[in-house]
Design a protein around this ligand. Structure first.
Ligand SMILES: [Zn+2]
Ligand SMILES: [Zn+2]
Length: 246
């Protein structure tokens, strides 16, 4: 199964990265709808699209307003946006108010079911994360391969969510800050390098890919990859348009 990281930063785009939007083209599954949404049409393989939102902070939902461009390039018969009911209602009411973006794309909103069936025998489950206003982590399992997506939370190896992602082949985890900014991570509800690597080790995942990186950090290694690899060797930095097999 192939996952494409369309956007790997948080908060706002940089010259190098767009805000979160991850996609499994073969299944028409998308995780978050950030500014990288405009790239989706180049990769879509299905006529149906299921978008799972972690939460409704703008860097994760603004791309819903770009769906008209996606539809222009790649017609879709159905778009379903899944998420927390209150957050879906807020997006629908506020972001698509007539004053902000009056042309609502033809999506249907669906409160997140406890478990969602995915094409090819897959299933999606979810769990709560600590973040201002709350965020949702996702786990996607198919026979023989699995993935978890954890963003907008403060990582801790003893956090409840670590059990939920146990043993996945691929963990996408946010890492907004290097360890030197651990206090910033704590106060903004984000993660820094060491606890993220400890989470990957505690959960015994196969591979860790760091996403939701700080857009202000433009260097090749903004988080201290060596620090992460000393704890969990199979760690990589995510980059926009990176394709990951899992
Ligand atoms: Zn974010
Ligand atoms: Zn957030």
């Amino acid at each position: 199964m192939k996952l494409i990281l369309l956007g790997t930063t948080g908060y706002h785009p940089s010259q190098r990265r767009h805000t979160p939007c991850m996609m499994i083209p073969r299944c028409g599954v998308m995780l978050d709808a950030g500014t990288a949404m405009f790239r989706a049409a180049d990769y879509l393989e299905t006529r149906e699209l299921d978008i799972f939102l972690t939460h409704a902070h703008l860097d994760h939902v603004i791309g819903l307003t770009y769906l008209l461009s996606v539809l222009y390039l790649h017609p879709l018969d159905r778009i379903t946006v899944h998420g927390d009911p209150q957050k879906l209602a807020a997006v629908d009411r506020h972001m698509f108010s007539e004053h902000l973006f009056p042309k609502k794309p033809p999506y249907e909103l669906r409160p997140l079911a406890e478990e969602v069936s995915l094409p090819e025998g897959g299933r999606l489950t979810h769990f709560p994360l600590e973040h201002q206003g709350g965020s949702i982590g996702y786990r996607l399992d198919w026979p023989g391969h699995s993935l978890a997506y954890v963003t907008d939370t403060t990582a801790a190896p003893d956090a409840d969510y670590v059990k939920k992602i146990h043993g996945v082949d691929l963990l996408l985890h946010e890492c907004y800050f290097p360890d030197a900014y651990a206090d910033w991570a704590e106060k903004t509800g984000h993660s820094c390098t060491t606890p993220v690597a400890q989470v990957a080790r505690a959960a015994r995942v196969g591979r860790l890919v760091l996403v939701h990186l700080n857009p202000l950090a433009t260097e090749d290694d903004p988080v201290g990859l060596g620090v992460a690899r000393a704890i969990f060797p199979a760690t990589e930095l995510g980059d926009d348009l990176m394709e990951l097999e899992f």
